[in-house]
Design a protein around this ligand. Structure first.
Ligand code: SF4
Ligand code: SF4
Length: 364
């Protein structure tokens, strides 16, 4: 299923790098590459998930364009990495949906879901535009309808991601090396959660040639931990509702609202910062055909958080009903696209780091 041209390019680049080895201290890609003499498509998918696209090895490379070898590791691995989302996703038919016009497709999906939910809420007698001084979300969309819709979508997304990760892991382990132990998993998780390798050979990350800043790492952290806090907020709210019978809306000082506010703020700062950085990044580092795939996830994340925070601030106003439907539409679109874009990189990268830990047992 992997495009032959892309595999050949990956093999060419890795074969030259394997002979040169100048960049072997930069990141786990190079030690992992050095353990191989030939590179299958599966090997390339593994190496691509180890790459952070920092750019360090491009700026150091004596064989980079215009040299006739044309070595550009970050761009080649970015193209393979983005292609791997399509290779491993389930169902595969949806894999290419966001490849080219990713942002437009994601926004069109959100708009369609918002229109559908407006219609459903209106037909169901939801108080879309009526004053709602108690900020009662369930007067707009009944609790049972929310649970049924988001429960079904959540199960689908969890199954799709689990199948994708399983396919990725099966390919990564195709060499039949030993299974991961608890130490390998702990080391992989530590490296993933701390973004240990993002800043290459310096304290900060390269963003362009001769330019270093901590922002890419910080915005990544804000996005990831903001997402976790929002997830924790939803989980606590679900426990409040189903175990204790305490129904939303919760006070501004309650645990779900505090977690959601902190998480939502992180999810505005992180994605907005990453989008701004993308505009400034050296275009030589990115895979030209796949730009929308990365951006569609970041844009939906940003719109989901902005509408979520606006909903929190305006929940007692007459705008609450319409805002709730718009927010839920963006959340649904975000959930439905999670298995087909940048989000899965977190899982594949962690799995690749666990594999790297297995291969590097005995090293730091
Ligand atoms: S990126 Fe260039 S300098 Fe670095 S190992 Fe590969 S060929 Fe050598
Ligand atoms: S771009 Fe950075 S992370 Fe990717 S292979 Fe080069 S040095 Fe490693």
């Amino acid at each position: 299923m992997w495009p032959l041209e892309l595999v050949r390019e990956g093999q060419h680049v890795m074969t030259v790098c394997n002979a040169c080895r100048y960049c072997e201290q930069y990141c786990p890609v190079f030690p992992a590459m050095e353990r191989r003499l030939t590179f299958t498509a599966q090997d390339l998918g593994y190496l691509a998930s180890l790459c952070h696209n920092c750019g360090e090895c491009l700026y150091a490379c004596q064989y980079a364009p215009p040299h006739e070898f044309g070595i550009n590791v970050p761009r080649t691995l970015a193209a393979i990495r983005l292609r791997s989302y399509e290779e491993y996703c389930w169902p595969r038919a949806l894999g290419g949906s966001f490849r080219r016009n990713g942002v437009v497709a994601a926004l069109a999906l959100a708009a369609a879901l918002i229109a559908f939910m407006f219609l459903a809420a209106w037909l169901g007698g939801g108080r879309l535009f009526a004053p709602n001084p108690q900020g009662d979300f369930y007067a707009v969309v009944p609790h049972a309808a929310m649970v049924a819709l988001f429960g079904a979508v959540g199960l689908f997304v969890a199954a799709a991601i689990a199948i994708g990760v399983n396919r990725f892991w099966r390919d990564v382990q195709h060499d039949g090396r030993s299974s991961p132990g608890s130490g390998d998993v702990a080391r992989g998780l530590r490296d993933a959660l701390t973004l240990r390798h993002l800043h290459g050979s310096g304290p900060d990350c390269t963003s362009n040639e001769e330019e270093r800043s901590p922002w890419r790492r910080l915005f990544h952290h804000a996005t990831f931990y903001g997402f976790l806090l929002c997830f924790a907020s939803t989980t606590v709210a679900a426990i409040y509702h189903s175990v204790f019978g305490w129904h939303a809306p919760y006070p501004y000082t309650s645990i779900p609202v505090l977690l959601g506010t902190a998480g939502g703020t992180g999810l505005v700062i992180g994605p907005a910062g990453l989008l701004a950085l993308r505009r400034r990044r050296d275009p030589a580092l990115t895979a030209p055909d796949y730009g929308g795939l990365d951006e569609s996830f970041i844009v939906l994340l940003l719109l989901t958080s902005i509408t979520g925070l606006a909903l929190l601030v305006l929940r007692d106003s007459g705008l609450m009903g319409a805002l709730l439907v718009v927010h839920l539409g963006f959340v649904l679109a975000l959930f439905l696209t999670l298995p087909y874009g940048k989000f899965v990189h977190g899982f594949y990268r962690t799995a690749a780091l666990v594999k790297h830990a297995i291969e590097g047992r005995g090293t730091v």
